[in-house]
Design a protein around this ligand. Structure first.
Ligand code: ADP
Length: 144
């Protein structure tokens, strides 16, 4: 990337809304609140590679919050505890038409760096700080 691209990205950024930068719901790795955190599910979580995992109840459209995988670092999977015993972080919910500037401001408050994007009350995807940064620099950021 270069500074001209970033400046152009920053100018265009003001007009962009959540919907244009989401990861669509069908691509989101999420887990049910009924999960037992045993060796099998912990391996699946680890293999996903994501640091924030939306937690749903019943249907994929009923997202209750986000599991921060770093909170499980010292957890022993042989304990096989239910996910219900763990703290689930709240997720920010935003309308598809919310401006990316507004979402960036919410992320800056630091409560959660993932938002659930809804359209006509239906969840359509998620958006994270990385998705917003990509809109500004106009390039993909590849994970480590
Ligand atoms: P991480 O810290 O887990 O790598 P980032 O916030 O850096 O996640 O986001 C990287 C990309 O992965 C973004 O496009 C984001 O929308 C997507 N993403 C984040 N969490 C998930 C998830 N649980 N399932 C699917 N995609 C996700």
């Amino acid at each position: 990337t270069d500074s001209v691209t970033i400046i152009r990205g920053a100018i265009d950024f003001q007009d962009k809304v959540a919907e244009s930068a989401i990861t669509s719901l069908d691509k989101v790795f999420m887990i049910t609140i009924d999960t037992i955190l045993d060796r099998k599910t912990m391996t699946e979580i680890y293999a996903s590679g994501y640091s924030r995992i939306p937690v749903y109840e019943g249907s994929h459209k009923k997202i209750k919050g986000v599991l921060l995988t770093k909170s499980l670092i010292l957890y022993n999977p042989d304990e096989a505890l239910p996910l219900k015993n763990f703290d689930i972080n709240p997720i920010i919910v935003v309308e598809a038409s919310t401006s990316l500037v507004d979402i960036l401001n919410s992320f800056q408050e630091g409560k959660c760096h993932m938002a659930l994007v809804v359209k006509e009350s239906n969840p359509i995807g998620i958006i994270t700080l990385e998705d917003i940064l990509e809109e500004i620099i106009q390039e993909e950021i590849y994970d480590e």
